[in-house]
Design a protein around this ligand. Structure first.
Ligand code: GDP
Ligand code: CA
Length: 323
């Protein structure tokens, strides 16, 4: 079975572990979000690709969910001693090596997709990890200008500045995948979608993870036209995100933070099936009325067994919606 998964960072990566356990024989291709990518200290950092790579490759900081295990921060401290920031973005020493290798290869002319493949040769994540695009797309968030006083106007900041520096504590008015219009899917993306037997949306952020991947021209269309089951899992449980700021960025795009509203936001043109948590069982009828097959099952990724059960439910639902 060939499975394609559109993944952000933590939510995507943790789900993928369960999927690997649920379908050990499957050939899994992950299309990773690069809208969160940022250039820091002259280095290209790809937080979501690295979270998937480190999680599946056994290098992740388990409790934190991002960054490397057994990390130290000497380089960051030394940079700060020179007054060189930003200090709000935590890059550890081990992690720095990944960004140095990536930046060096990009400087030598390799596209991000080839670089990601090279990095994965070390980590062996057990999936094919492809960035959504080799072109530069950066998610920006429109907020009240953080450095101006009241009435000081609005400004678009990089997603990482909104999320990490401002901790999503200010209202988000719009979310913009800057550069998306002119971008092309990376080599292999449309081919993987075209050859898939099942396409899954893990419980990743529907706006700044899956939404950004779908904003790359051609990807949404390819999924809608693939003619295979497309099944998603809700990142919203009990009308709130399990972690992170999905409620805030959903508000910015005019979508309620409920499992049913997220399903409707993807729409029946894209989704065939949708899993909501058992606490949201009351919304199953609403999702089905929108033309999307829906089941309520436990959706908390508390451990590998629970996550594996979620992945099995997604594959079962995919089997049911198959025409
Ligand atoms: P990020 O790029 O690191 O923010 O990760 P993703 O976009 O892949 O996933 C973030 C989303 O995962 C958030 O909206 C969370 O609500 C969701 N999430 C995290 N843990 C769980 C969980 O255990 N169950 C469910 N259903 N969603 C989760
Ligand atoms: Ca992310």
């Amino acid at each position: 079975m060939r499975i394609v998964v559109l993944a952000g960072g933590i939510g995507g990566a943790r789900f993928l572990r369960g999927l690997q356990a649920a379908a050990p024989e499957a050939d899994i291709t992950v299309i990773g979000n690069t809208g969160d990518d940022i250039h820091l200290f002259g280095l290209k950092v790809c937080p979501d690709l690295d979270t998937v790579m480190y999680t599946l490759g056994g290098g992740i900081h388990e409790e934190q969910g991002w960054g490397r295990a057994d990390e130290t921060f000497t380089v960051k401290e030394e940079l700060a001693a020179y007054g060189v920031g930003p200090e709000w973005f935590g890059l550890g020493d081990r992690d720095f090596a990944t960004h140095i290798v990536r930046t060096q290869m990009i400087g030598a002319g390799y596209p991000l997709s080839a670089v990601t493949e090279a990095l994965c040769a070390r980590w062996k994540p057990g999936v094919r990890l492809i960035p959504m695009t080799d072109d530069r797309i950066e998610t920006h968030v429109v907020v009240d200008d953080p450095d101006a006083g009241p009435g000081g106007g609005r400004k678009a900041v990089h997603f990482q500045e909104y999320w990490v520096r401002l901790r999503a504590s200010v209202p988000a008015y719009a979310v913009l995948p800057v550069g998306a219009e002119g971008a092309k899917p990376a080599p292999g993306v449309l081919e993987a979608i075209g050859e898939a037997d099942v396409i899954l949306f893990p419980p990743s952020n529907p706006v700044v993870s899956v939404g950004t991947i779908l904003a790359v021209p051609g990807i949404r269309e390819a999924i809608a036209e693939a003619g295979v089951p497309v099944v998603g899992l809700s990142p919203i449980v009990g009308d709130a995100p399990v972690r992170g700021m999905a409620d805030k960025v959903l508000a910015a795009v005019g979508v309620e933070a409920t499992a049913a509203a997220v399903a409707a936001h993807y729409g029946s043109g894209l989704l065939d099936g949708w899993l909501v948590d058992t606490v949201d069982a009351g919304s199953v009828a609403e999702v089905e009325a929108a033309g999307i097959r829906c089941r309520a099952v436990p959706l908390m990724m508390t451990d590998l067994a629970a996550t594996t059960a979620m992945a099995r439910e997604a594959l079962t639902l995919a089997g049911e919606v198959r025409a």
